[in-house]
Write a protein that binds this ligand. Sequence first.
Ligand SMILES: [Zn+2]
Length: 315
Amino acid sequence: MTNQRYVVAAMFMAACLGVVAAAQQNLGGQFQGVELTTVPVAGNVHMVQRPGGGGNVGAFVGPEGVLLVDSLFGPLADRLVAAVEGISDGEIRFLINTHIHPDHIGGNEPLANRGVLIFAHDNVRVRALERLRFPRGGGRFAPQPPEGARPIVTYNDTVSFHLNGEEVRAFLAPPAHTDGDTFVHFPDSDVLHLGDVFRTTSYPIIDVYNGGTLAGTLDALELAIDMAGPGTRVIPGHGLRVVGRDAMVEFLDMIVDVRDQVLRMISDGQSLDEVMAAQPTAAYDAKWGQEAGWTANDFVPIVYHELGGGALYRR
Ligand SMILES: [Zn+2]
C-alpha cells in the first residue's frame, strides 16, 4: 500500500509538471523551435541530441552509409535527418532501437518511410504490437506505435554490422531499464551507446512496466564498465555530455550504495515510509535527484520493492 502511495504521488507530481507529455507524439507546438545539436564523440561516431530532452541519438557515419542508434521523437525526424546530413553525405541505411520508449522510437516510422531498415531486440517488436506503457507518472500509457515504426529485423541476442570498414555490435543487455535493452558497441571507434540503462541526468529509471530490474541494472552497468577502456567514450541515453568509464563507475557505485542502505533498512524491518524518511539518497540528490519527472521518490520505492521480494537480489 505504501508503495502505491509513493507511485501515486509521483504520478500526480509528474502529471502536474507535464513531464509525461514529452513522450507523446503529435503534440505539435511542443517541438516548435527545437533545434538538434550534433557532437563528435570519437572515430566515426557522433551524437545528435535535443538539448531540452529526448533520447540521445548515435550516428555512425562513413562512405558506405549511416547507422543510427535511436530515433528521438517523430516530429523531430526531419530535423534528425538534417542534422545527420550536416555531418555526413552518406545515406541513412540502418537504425537500431535501444529500447521501446517513445523518445527512442518516435522517429522510426518517418525514417522507415525513407527506406531505413530498423533493427531491435525481439522484445521491442513485441511491445510495439500493443499500446505502450512507460515508467514516468507511475506507469502511464501511450498510444501503440504505428505499424511502420516496428523493427523489421529483430534478434534475441546479438547482431553485427560490417560497415565503413568497422564492425558494430548490438546485443541484448541484462534486463535493466527494460527487458529489451540493447547496448551498441563500436570497438573500432571505441564508443558505447548504452540507451537508457545509463543516464547522467537522474537516478536510473528501472521500468518495471517493461521488464526492467534493479539486479539487471547492476549487471548491465558492470558489463559496460568491463567493456570500457580508459579512452572509451560513452553516449548516455539522456545527458548533455558524452562521458567516460569513470562516470559509469560513479553511477554504479551510487546505485549499489543506495541498494545496500535500503537492504539494511529492510533487514531492520523498516517500512517504505521509514525508508523514505531516512533519505537513503540524500548524498546523491544534488547530482541525480533534480530531474522533476524522476527523483528519489520514484527510484527508492522500486529498489525497496525489488529487494523486498528477495529473489532478485544477487550482488
Ligand atoms: Zn527509456
